[in-house]
Structure formats: C-alpha cells, structure tokens
Design a protein around this ligand. Sequence first.
Ligand code: ZN
Length: 52
Amino acid sequence: MSEYTVRCLLCGQASVVSEKQADQLQIAKQGGAYICDLCQRRIRHECEQQTR
Ligand SMILES: [Zn+2]
C-alpha cells in the first residue's frame, strides 16, 4: 500500500491521502495545488461574506 502526502497551499499543513480519496490522490501524484478542508471552508466563508 502506497501513501501520498499533500501539503496545503495556504496553511502548509501536510496530510496523508488515502487511496479512497481519488481526487486528492490525483493531486498528490501530479504535485498539484492542494487546499485542506479547513482552508477550503475558510475561503468559502470569505466568499459568502464578500457577496453580501
Ligand atoms: Zn490549509
């Protein structure tokens, strides 16, 4: 079983991606941009505040 780690672009927190997380696994393999759940929620929250 192989493990991949991705690092969040915003907070720099590294997290291990399991094989079940297909989307994040793809990002980890390609070395693409990853944003953790916490930061995604934060971004979504800020966007909602800006639109109001
Ligand atoms: Zn983050």
